[in-house]
Design a protein around this ligand. Structure first.
Ligand SMILES: [Zn+2]
Ligand SMILES: [Zn+2]
Ligand SMILES: [Zn+2]
Length: 495
């Protein structure tokens, strides 16, 4: 509803009523269709009433066209009345109110128009992609694609969906965490992150060998993945915040085919542009001060100064005083050759100023997620081993306690009638009693399951005593493989 427009209409209505009442008060109303003055006044009155109707409609429905029409009609009628006041019944001083009412309606109509345009702009904005829909789509695409098949056409679509999700995740920390958990589940990610955690890998550094994408020597034993897949995974790990990237180098790439591996520098003669440019080292014979090219000292009988003919026994007798370039085509000598780049891929020759610069990165583990990564990978390693001995595993897992409460555990596993509930707690130093208390409460409520607490890297003595007193089984450790071995051994013993 437009309030200014409506106020204009109310002013108009009041003015019409007041003028009508004044008219009726002065002279009684006589129906006189034969009098042209009567007819014109009647038309004028009806015109005002139509303007009132259109104005109300425009103000309520927020339609600027109706507000403009009503406002313009109102102003026009007031002017007509003033101009022909000799023929018409005069509305006297009320004219000014008609004008004000008309202007208010027109002014308000401009405001309505602006609001409408803003709304339209809002609507034409690309719709925010819906996270849930995207995740659903990703699930579908990933279940359709073989995990080792990397060059499929779906890969492109997965890539696209993931792009959207990563960009949304920048605003949604929950989504980022969810996507990170997803990543930890992928075999190649586990393989890469494990190197940082178990093998104390510091950084993944690139080298460029005959291809568009850099390769990484420390990942050279990652078998079954294309270079593209590895690069893509590293980029995703950076998006997720698991890895950090640092600019390692900027490579000159061909402006035509955008490859950097096939680009070579070329030196040319500034006189004739020939590529046959030779480099000369100039050496001074310290004894006599003569300066000759290094090659000119060489003779069949040894190193001899061309000027004083003295034999040079030691390197120290010659001093390097600079270099010069020589063109083997036109024999000109110059201090700086012309430099250009040549792409052997597409035979394009270009100058540095026209080249493409390609960034290549090295990667390090983000220390903020180190513990999280360690925990996740440990849980996944345990789950893998449990599956190998025919357990079905849920991460996280839920069990209903005898109190009826549904408890969440790091992992639950079951095989036939055997049920396991496992909680993993980690700390940068020792895990204290407070941390193990919530697991203790869940374990004592879920008596139907074999319960097991894993503490990384170790328990505080007090917490250890507490668990022993209450007969809660626990495993301490830092290495995910050792922990997994202990878990399996313990479960086999309780069999
Ligand atoms: Zn090229
Ligand atoms: Zn000499
Ligand atoms: Zn030349």
């Amino acid at each position: 509803m437009r309030q200014i427009g409506l106020a204009g209409i109310i002013i108009l209505i009041i003015s019409v009523i007041v003028s009508g009442a004044t008219y009726l008060g002065e002279s009684s109303f006589i129906w006189n269709p034969g009098d042209p003055g009567f007819i014109y006044s009647l038309i004028l009155t009806l015109g005002f009433l139509v303007a009132v109707g259109a104005g109300i409609y425009g103000a309520i429905k927020e339609m600027n066209e109706f507000l403009i029409a009503a406002g313009t009609a109102c102003i026009a009628l007031a002017l007509v009345n003033k101009l022909f006041s000799n023929v018409l019944y005069s509305w006297s001083y009320l004219d000014i109110f008609f004008l004000v009412a008309g202007f208010m309606m027109i002014l308000d109509s401009f405001h309505v128009k602006r609001i409408k345009e803003a709304k339209k702009l809002e609507e034409t904005k690309p719709e925010e992609p819906q996270t849930d829909k995207l995740l659903e789509k990703l699930d579908k695409l990933e279940s359709e694609t073989e995990p080792t098949e990397t060059e499929t056409t779906e890969e492109g679509e997965i890539f696209h969906v993931k792009r959207q999700l990563w960009s949304e995740a920048r605003k949604k920390p929950e989504l980022l965490k969810g996507l990170r958990d997803r990543l930890y589940g992928s075999a190649i990610v586990q393989d890469i992150v494990r190197r940082f955690i178990n093998s104390n890998l510091e950084s993944i550094e690139p080298i460029m060998v005959r291809s568009e994408t850099p390769s990484y020597p420390v990942l050279s034993d990652l078998k079954g993945y294309s270079q593209r897949k590895i690069q893509y995974t590293l980029d995703e790990l950076v998006e997720s915040g698991i890895l950090n990237e640092d600019l390692y180098e900027k490579l000159v790439a061909c402006p035509q085919c955008h490859q950097s591996a096939k680009v070579f520098t070329r030196s040319k003669c500034p006189e004739c542009e020939s590529h046959k440019v030779k480099i000369n080292r100039l050496m001074q014979h310290l004894d006599c001060g003569a300066i000759y090219k290094q090659s000119e000292y060489q003779t069949v009988t040894g190193i001899i100064c061309p000027k004083c003919r003295k034999r040079i026994e030691e390197d120290l007798e010659l001093k390097s005083v600079g270099i010069s370039f020589e063109c083997q085509s036109c024999n000109s000598i110059f201090s700086e050759p012309l430099r250009s780049y040549y792409c052997r891929g597409c035979s394009d020759e270009f100058q540095l100023k026209n080249c493409d610069l390609v960034d290549i990165h090295s990667f390090t583990l983000n220390q903020d997620v180190k513990y999280e990564a360690k925990e996740k990978l440990t849980v996944l390693t345990i789950a893998d081993s449990l599956r190998k001995i025919q357990y079905s595993v849920d991460i996280p897992g839920y069990l209903k306690g005898k109190t009826g409460v549904n408890h969440g555990f790091t992992l639950t596993a079951n095989k036939k009638d055997k049920l396991v509930a496992l909680d993993l707690v980690a700390s940068s130093e020792t895990v204290d009693t407070k941390t193990v208390l919530s697991s203790y409460a869940k374990f004592t409520d879920s008596i139907s399951a074999t319960s097991l607490l894993i503490a990384m890297p170790m328990l505080h003595q007090e917490a250890r005593d507490f668990l022993k007193e209450n007969n809660i089984q626990f495993i301490e450790g830092e290495n995910m493989y050792e922990i997994t071995d202990k878990v399996i051994k313990l479960l086999e013993e309780t069999n």
